[in-house]
Design a protein around this ligand. Structure first.
Ligand SMILES: *Cc1c(COP(=O)(O)O)cnc(C)c1O
Length: 384
């Protein structure tokens, strides 16, 4: 039996083990420690931000980011509807309400025109949101210039969820560092991983200092334990930061490998009728963290789900594109602007195995199954 092919599995480089050994040998098996400091500095340099704070997850980073731009009970926060629930859950942790904004078709990310309409109508009735959360999906930046400019016009802070987009660019700049606060994730399936972890970045030193305090149980500067606000235990451990330092060194290799996967799939599947790849918008580099296609069932002869099931039968993991947040039962009570584009991408979209450690044989196996579904359906139609 060939081994299972995963959607996106961890891929260690050559340096991680040495850094982890250092942590063990110095007995620095604790949150905080020299690897955490070094990881933050190296990460900040890598993305070009002033300040970076290593945290236990991307979700924790987003929770702190939202709190620090002032989101609280009763507020509204505009957020991309086509995303993972972790982009939205922290809005609810804080007692605020999400308002979901549809995607555009160039990058699949938040539509600046819909965002502008929503902000204009809210400004007119004095109901501006407390923040906007922009998600950079599948390794590609949203169109940030119009988003930043309309948010600036109305004085609404932008929080960037760049959990999936480390290594991407936007007009030569780095998504995640363009708004007031940005967050990244090092979960096991992301382009680099610490097995679990996240980073909060901002050019605002006071904000990051406050985030540090909240992430370490909000201790006031006093020799005894004193607290004047509610804190969290959200720091990244020194051992995991050691893994992160090694991973950061191979980020460019990982981007190159994932873009090679994408190029392979385009060669192998691009000629099949009804298959379209997620576009690479003209404004920057798409890392192809995940290679994502849409399948037009009429032209391909089978729908997205048939392809996914056929892959699963061959022990190959593929996943539908994110189910939009406005369709999630848990968020049914909240408002939305648009939603048809995200619904269509969900209905027809499929994420193909995209790990940077896939072999040419793995990729060929995936392509063979997809082609066989198309041909099988074709034979069927011919016989009918
Ligand atoms: C993975 C992910 C997160 C959450 O990151 P964790 O580190 O898993 O908490 C948030 N937003 C998006 C879009 C993600 O893909």
């Amino acid at each position: 039996m060939p081994r299972r092919i995963y959607l996106s599995s961890p891929h260690m480089g050559s340096l991680e083990r040495g850094y982890v050994n250092e942590a063990f040998e110095s007995n620095w098996v604790a949150p905080l420690g020299p690897h955490v400091d070094a990881f933050q500095e190296e990460f900040a340099r890598c993305v070009g931000t002033q300040h970076a704070l290593a945290l236990s997850s991307g979700t924790a980073a987003l929770h702190l980011a939202l709190q620090l731009v002032g989101v609280g009970p009763g507020d509204e926060v505009l957020v991309s509807t086509l995303t993972f629930s972790a982009s939205v859950n922290p809005i609810r942790y804080l007692g605020a309400s999400p308002v979901f904004i549809d995607s555009e078709r160039t990058s699949w990310n938040m539509d600046p025109a819909l965002l502008t309409e929503e902000l204009e109508s809210r400004a007119a009735s004095g109901r501006l949101p407390r923040a906007v959360v922009v998600v950079h999906l599948y390794g590609q930046s949203a169109d940030m210039d119009p988003i930043l400019s309309v948010c600036e016009r109305y004085g609404v802070p932008v929080v960037e969820d760049a959990a999936e987009a480390l290594g991407s660019t936007y007009k030569g700049r780095v998504p995640g560092t363009l708004g007031r606060v940005g967050i990244f994730s090092f979960n096991g399936n992301k382009i680099i991983t610490t097995s679990g972890g996240g980073m909060l970045v901002s050019h605002d030193e006071a904000l990051v200092r406050h985030a540090l305090k909240l992430s370490t149980q909000a201790r006031d500067p006093a020799p005894h334990y004193q607290h004047s606000e509610i804190g969290y235990n959200y720091r990244l451990s020194n051992v995991l930061a050691a893994v992160g330092r090694g991973q950061l060194r191979v980020l460019e290799d990982r981007v190159a490998a994932r873009r090679r996967n994408y190029a392979f799939y385009v060669r192998a599947l691009g000629g099949l009728p009804g298959i379209t790849f997620m576009p690479e918008a003209p404004w920057g580099r798409h890392t192809r963290w995940l290679t994502t296609i849409t399948i037009d069932p009429m032209r391909f002869g089978a729908d997205r789900e048939a392809v996914r099931v056929a892959l699963e039968r061959e022990d190959i993991e593929a996943r539908p594109v994110w189910k939009p947040m406005h369709l999630q039962p848990v968020f049914a009570a909240f408002k939305q602007r648009g939603g048809r584009v995200a619904e269509e991408l969900f209905q027809n979209g499929l994420c193909l195995p995209s790990g940077s450690n896939l072999t040419p044989d793995d990729l060929a196996r995936v392509a063979e199954v997809v082609r066989a579904v198309h041909q099988g359906q074709g034979r069927h139609a011919g016989m009918g």
